[in-house]
Design a protein around this ligand. Structure first.
Ligand code: FEO
Length: 404
């Protein structure tokens, strides 16, 4: 049975939810599921924008056929070839030998690499090209590295609808809702939108800024992403979030406090730090056990908050492995321009503070490490009261500064 939503008088959502997948890209937990969006435009010609993941192929195909209602599918526009959107491409082409595929040269290269037979139907477009399908004219805009090199977005100049590929997407199954104004997005979806963006596209901030610049020249009335709700209201609010994320600007003054503790002593020191910080008026503190928290959530908060405090035990004379994973993901995803405080612990040969300091300074950009750090030997004693208070004060002082 089809499950579609009508977006306008001639545009339909034909995607589907996936609640069975545990890990998006086989790495990021998605407890709320995810949607794979695709859209059908019924003009003088019929146009399908992207396909869907293999897991929802059957539902997606039923949706497409229901909306076409016996009409041929004239065109398939492929904005992004990653298999969560393109895996069902060949199934569409098998059912519709009449369909021409519109995409860019790089995308066709990738389609061939993934084993799709598209050469006899390929219509290559490039940045700035337009195609008229009746009343609707679609312009093609390159969006390289948002999130793969072939990615492009398609803009319906007739209605102001942006088919934005991965941009403006989010984790979360739609559950019948399709518009962002049908849900409480800020309360229920924003955290997953941030986690999606930062972990999937976060590395490519400069490319996202390029796309945002191009988008600012368009009169956008609706955004149709490949994951999550469609935007038809409050678009500038969501664009502003993207500007923060893409430019690595924190959304809030606040502290992400991540600790790595084997027997609770480093955790206890981190708790003392948090309590003293809150006592002095900074209560926007978000504290996580690195061993129990999936890295994707930590990355999301690293983008959100201005300050990061790392409290780690020394492990085999190295950084605790799960803390190292977090640091490595921050590096890979280009987290930058944050203030960082360090609490280190070691019962003998306490090396982790220096190692984390060097990693932050040598491998990442624009990290300002608070000079006052705290060293614990096994467990915190009154002897560390002074250094703990100094680090709290140093962090609060840095909050008065504007990071360049
Ligand atoms: Fe949702 Fe880059 O694919």
């Amino acid at each position: 049975m089809e499950c579609v939503r009508k977006l306008t008088k001639d545009l339909y959502w034909v995607g589907a939810d996936d609640r069975r997948l545990e890990l998006f890209e086989n790495i990021h937990p998605i407890p709320r599921g995810v949607s794979y969006n695709a859209y059908v435009l019924l003009d003088e010609k019929t146009v399908l924008f992207d396909t869907a993941d293999w897991s929802v192929c059957r539902q997606f195909l039923e949706n497409v056929e229901a909306v076409l209602a016996g009409r041929p599918l004239d065109y398939l526009i492929v904005n992004h070839v990653e298999p969560d959107h393109a895996a069902s491409l060949q199934e569409v082409l098998i059912r519709h030998p009449e369909t021409k595929v519109i995409s860019n040269e790089k995308a066709f290269d990738l389609m061939r690499q993934f084993g799709f037979s598209v050469d006899d139907r390929a219509e290559v477009v490039a940045e700035g090209d337009t195609r008229k399908f009746g009343k609707h004219t679609i312009a093609f805009v390159a969006a390289p590295m948002v999130h793969w090199p072939e990615a492009m977005v398609s803009f319906d100049t007739t209605t102001g609808t942006l088919f934005s590929a991965d941009a403006f997407g989010t984790f979360g199954a739609l559950g019948g809702r399709i518009f962002a104004d049908e849900v409480n997005f800020e309360r229920d979806w924003l955290d997953d939108a941030r986690r999606y963006y930062t972990n999937i596209v976060g590395k490519y901030g400069a490319h996202v800024m390029d796309l945002l610049k191009k988008a600012s020249a368009l009169e956008i009335k609706m955004i149709c992403p490949l994951h999550g709700p469609v935007w038809r209201k409050n678009i500038p609010w969501f664009l502003d979030k993207y500007v923060h994320w893409a430019s690595y600007e924190p959304e809030e003054k606040g502290v992400l406090l991540v600790y790595a503790s084997m027997y609770g002593n480093t955790e206890s020191a981190a708790s003392v730090f948090a309590a003293r910080l809150a006592e002095k008026g900074m209560s926007n503190i978000h504290m996580y056990d690195v061993s129990k928290t999936d890295t994707s959530y930590l990355i999301s908060d690293a983008f959100k908050y201005s300050h990061i405090v790392l409290a780690s035990v020394t492990y085999n004379l190295n950084i605790y492995p799960k803390m190292m994973t977090f640091l490595d993901h921050m590096r890979m995803l280009n987290v930058q321009n944050r203030y960082v405080g360090i609490i280190e612990n070691g019962s003998w040969a306490c090396t982790v503070g220096t190692l984390m300091h060097d990693y932050l300074e040598d491998e990442m950009k624009g990290m300002t490490i608070l000079q006052d750090s705290v060293t614990i030997n096994s467990s915190m004693t009154k002897g560390q009261n002074r250094s703990m208070d100094d680090m709290v004060d140093a962090l609060l002082d840095s909050m008065k500064e504007e990071k360049k």
